[in-house]
Ligand binder design. Structure first.
Ligand code: ADP
Ligand code: MG
Length: 271
């Protein structure tokens, strides 16, 4: 059975698009048929992070409006043959996306893919509501800071009230993904701890992705970090998250600060 997963957060810039690309690629690496959909109408970011921006011809709105057929708009990843992208449109008319249209496209995708990952725009308005509307499960992306956690709390409320599942009296299964986690800053009390976040949001933890230059490098070359630097700490965190999504029991490791050699030498000398 195909699963529809929304990657959402409320706040912008927390790592939704990065996570959609990384999780989608990791799922595809495990042999699953995956499509990632960019719901961020007007901004269009997912195609960049996936390195497909020059190959966009038709988009989600074209398909919703019947201007293009789904196979014309789907872009196959150059690295993984079972990973596909349905890009967003750069149009300013955000109302071009209709609930009925999205429902139809998702129903169609469900006959072709195992996983449908919806990359949500920021905010709690129409775009974010449409992205989560037909989700079976949700990944709530949060950074360890108060404003991000507060917005996530609002999104959790929306998942429980504004989704098609909620209206049918069913649950949308929720997973919390903490991203841009900086162990050093957490240790110094400059960021919320994982325990603080879990206490506020009371949502099962799917993973903790450390703040890392590997993510920026991957993004700059248009390749999901799980493919571009598969041995890196963030890639491992995303891969573990995917294994948990698929039902495996994987131990959760809270990243700890790894002091550099110079740091330790200087400290020893100072002591
Ligand atoms: N783990 C991470 N480490 C470092 N930078 C990150 C990490 N995750 C995301 N970023 C960066 O944060 C910025 C916002 O990420 P993005 O995925 O576009 O967020 P959103 O889709 O929620 O707006 C991007 O520049 C991205 O490269
Ligand atoms: Mg985004």
């Amino acid at each position: 059975m195909a699963k529809v997963l929304v990657v959402t957060s409320g706040k912008g810039g927390v790592g939704k698009t990065t996570s959609t690309a990384a999780l989608g690629a990791a799922l595809a690496q495990m042999g699953q048929n995956v499509v990632v959909i960019d719901f961020d109408v007007g901004l269009r970011n997912l195609d960049l992070v996936m390195g497909a921006e020059r190959r966009v011809v038709f988009d989600l709105i074209n398909v919703v409006q019947g201007v293009a057929k789904l196979p014309q708009a789907l872009i196959r990843d150059k690295r993984l043959e079972n990973l596909w992208l349905l890009p967003a449109s750069q149009t300013r008319d955000k109302d071009a996306l209709t609930e009925e249209g999205v429902k139809r496209v998702i129903a169609d995708l469900k006959t072709k893919f195992d996983w449908i990952l919806c990359d949500s725009p920021a905010g709690i308005e129409r775009g974010a509501t449409l992205a989560m509307r037909y989700a079976d499960e949700a990944i709530i992306v949060t950074n360890p800071e108060v404003s991000s956690v507060r917005d996530s709390d609002r999104i959790i409320g929306m998942l429980d009230s504004k989704t098609a599942r909620a209206e049918r009296g069913e649950r949308v299964e929720k997973h919390l993904l903490v991203t841009r986690y900086d162990a050093g800053r957490a240790a110094r009390g400059e960021m919320l701890s994982i325990d603080d976040i879990l206490e506020i949001l009371a949502t099962p933890l799917l993973g903790i992705v450390p703040e890392s230059q590997d993510v920026l490098r991957a993004s700059n070359v248009g390749c999901p970090v799980t493919l571009n630097a598969s041995g890196s700490a963030p890639a491992k965190a995303y891969t573990d998250a995917v294994r948990r999504l698929m039902g495996e029991a994987v131990d959760m490791v809270v990243p700890v600060e790894r002091k550099g050699l110079m740091d330790r030498l200087l400290r020893r000398r100072a002591a």
